[in-house]
Design a protein around this ligand. Structure first.
Ligand SMILES: *Cc1c(COP(=O)(O)O)cnc(C)c1O
Length: 392
């Protein structure tokens, strides 16, 4: 299948996306780069906050665990969703208040729990009897959310396959926690990443609504509902605007009992559009009538998201004279699977030319490897200082 990556959809881009600005960044910092625009993070955060009023947005660090991202969101009054001790260390160093953090890994070692408690996190997530048992010794200083599974085969990554209990087993887990003296603060779910439509979020909120009402009738004082992440962004295919995506979710939330604290755990939506991949052509060869352009970033680097995250990034040449040849964009390792785009039409690139990848902030550098001793793209934040005059 042939696809055009002609840049027809991109009008002249503002700084820092203007060609000479990007070339200057590469000259200064080396290639490959993953440029993170903190102004885009601010805009994404504001858009989701406006679409989900009354919901505390806990940024899930895993798609892009970067100091600049944490600092930007901290400044905006954001909250954080941590899953590992490394993530705890990152927010601790950024001076984040631990009371603005929750720990959401459903399966933890005691040392993980202790690290989080030492930092000052109070809310954790469980989905099974053994995990509840782990909190008996910490019950004076910790409370838990029960993560419920709602299977979502439509999501790019169905996060309810590996974690979460059946809705039907929530009452038994609540009773167990009560017998053990472990406080259950509420319920959580994650319907899956890059969810194409809000139907699963709505179903899950409605199901949790019934579970919370039932639990309260049995004397459990649940006070938190955490609706997870999964909010989609546009890659090659367009997605619903976030306002339209969240409208039915808002309606489902409005039907919940009053006084609940509402939480969401967005990851991709906050950072995905903020990341721009910059890779340089390091070699080329004409093979079987197609030009192979070899980049210094590939499937084992920033483009791993095309494998692990099922993402299809829009890429374009930074210098474009409008001509086209049949081309393949290949990564730098010696492995033949390391091909970024097959059967594309590109200008006849030269060594030193730059390929730009759009919306590459989430699940790219965070899951990249240094296979073949080829170092992963350096992450470089731009617009870290909010523009003077702009207000959050
Ligand atoms: C990965 C993850 C998130 C973020 O999900 P997105 O789809 O990127 O929004 C949120 N919560 C948990 C528990 C996760 O594992």
């Amino acid at each position: 299948m042939s696809e055009s990556i002609l840049d027809a959809t991109n009008p002249r881009l503002p700084a820092p996306y203007e060609r000479h600005a990007l070339e200057a960044l590469l000259a200064r910092h080396g290639s490959p780069l993953l440029m993170i625009d903190c102004d885009v993070i601010r805009a994404q955060y504001r858009a989701l906050a406006a679409a989900l009023p009354g919901v505390d947005l806990h940024y899930a660090l895993k798609p892009l665990p970067e100091r600049s991202v944490v600092a930007t969101l901290k400044e905006m009054g954001g909250f954080f969703d941590l899953a590992t001790s490394g993530e705890i260390e990152l927010v601790r160093r950024a001076g984040v208040d631990p009371r603005r953090c929750i720990h959401t890994h459903p399966i933890k070692r005691d040392v993980d729990i202790r690290d989080a408690i030492r930092f000052g996190v109070r809310i954790f997530v469980v989905d099974n009897p053994d995990e509840i048992g782990k909190f008996v010794r910490h019950r004076a200083r910790a409370e838990v959310l029960i993560r419920v599974a709602f299977r979502n085969p439509a999501a790019a990554a169905d996060l309810s396959r590996k974690f979460g209990c059946d809705p039907e087993s929530v009452p038994a887990l609540l009773d167990l926690a009560r017998r053990l003296g472990v406080k259950v603060a509420g319920l959580s779910f994650h319907v899956g990443s890059q969810t194409p439509d809000p139907a699963m979020h709505v179903l899950a909120v409605q199901a949790c609504n019934r579970l919370i009402v039932q639990a309260r009738a049995e004397g459990h004082s649940l006070s938190v509902l955490d609706i997870g992440g999964g909010f989609p962004i546009a890659y090659k295919a367009a997605q619903l605007p976030i306002e339209a995506f969240c409208a039915p979710i808002r309606e489902a939330l409005a039907a919940l009992p009053h006084g609940l604290r509402l939480i969401a755990e967005p990851g991709r939506f906050i950072v995905g559009p903020a990341g721009t991949g910059l890779a340089t052509v390091v070699g080329r060869a004409l093979r079987d009538g197609r030009w192979w352009f070899y980049l210094d970033d590939g499937l084992y680097g920033s483009y791993n998201g095309q494998l692990f995250d099922h993402a299809d990034y829009v890429v374009r040449p930074l210098r474009d004279d409008g001509s086209r040849v049949p081309a393949v964009l290949a990564g730098p390792t010696c492995d033949s699977i390391d091909v970024v785009k097959e059967d594309v039409q590109l200008p006849l690139l030269e060594i030193g030319d730059v390929i730009v990848g759009h919306s590459m902030g989430a699940y790219t550098s965070s899951s990249a490897t240094d296979f073949n001793f080829i170092r992963r793209a350096r992450v470089l934040a731009v617009n870290e200082q909010a523009q003077a005059g702009a207000h959050d």
